[in-house]
Design a protein around this ligand. Structure first.
Ligand SMILES: C[S@@+](CC[C@H](N)C(=O)[O-])C[C@H]1O[C@@H](n2cnc3c(N)ncnc32)[C@H](O)[C@@H]1O
Length: 186
């Protein structure tokens, strides 16, 4: 495992927590890499709800799902992740967030702090005991630092009796992307 690659680390940890046949959320589908990862892990009995506000992201993810023959266990939803509660009401084993903009696309369309924390709260409401939420945070694009501050302020206030919130962060390069896990202990 590459210890500098936060996506690889998030996948590695999620794969240890997620159970075959359960439900997971990809809150930022983008080019579908996390959606595919989750769909493979959950198997035919499981289901992934993948959200994105951009048609190009939904199309890109859809194409990958068709090629990988995983389309039947994924619902692709073109809506903001703050509305997750309108689509998912079962318990989930995991939710993944990969914040920022869609690579090779319009860099003005980015996730934003106020809606990101609503979406995280929606996922917390659905998270089963010992389930996990992973959040990849980027700060070097315009608006990235402001979003990170809003998200961290919210994360610091999460009830510590029921959840552990962990941060994987490069102390000697504060501009590099970092990873947060929210783990439900009870
Ligand atoms: C860094 S990309 C995600 C990459 C993706 N996980 C992958 O594996 O390719 C961030 C995505 O978040 C999407 N996004 C921005 N705001 C959103 C919102 N409010 N709800 C859902 N998706 C949003 C963007 O359109 C973009 O596709």
């Amino acid at each position: 495992m590459n210890i500098f690659n936060i996506i690889e680390i998030s996948h590695n940890y999620v794969s240890k927590v997620l159970r075959i046949g359960e439900i997971a959320i990809d809150a930022t589908a983008g080019h579908g890499n996390d959606t595919i990862f989750l769909a493979k892990l959950l198997g035919k009995e499981g289901h992934v709800y993948a959200f994105d506000i951009q048609k190009s992201a939904i199309d890109s993810t859809n194409e990958k799902l068709i090629k990988s023959e995983l389309k039947c266990n994924v619902s692709l939803i073109k809506d903001s992740h703050e509305n997750i509660g309108n689509y998912v009401n079962n318990n989930i084993g995991c939710a993944m967030f990969n914040l920022g903009y869609l690579p090779q696309s319009d860099q003005n369309i980015v996730t934003c702090g106020q809606t990101t924390i609503i979406a995280i709260q929606e996922c917390i409401n659905l998270l089963r005991i010992e389930g996990i939420i992973s959040i990849c945070v980027y700060t070097s694009h315009p608006g990235g630092r402001a979003e990170a501050l809003i998200v961290e302020d919210y994360l610091e206030k999460i009830d510590k009796k029921n959840f552990k919130v962990l941060k994987y962060f490069c102390l000697n390069d504060k501009t590099s992307p970092y990873l947060v896990f929210i783990y439900r202990i009870k």
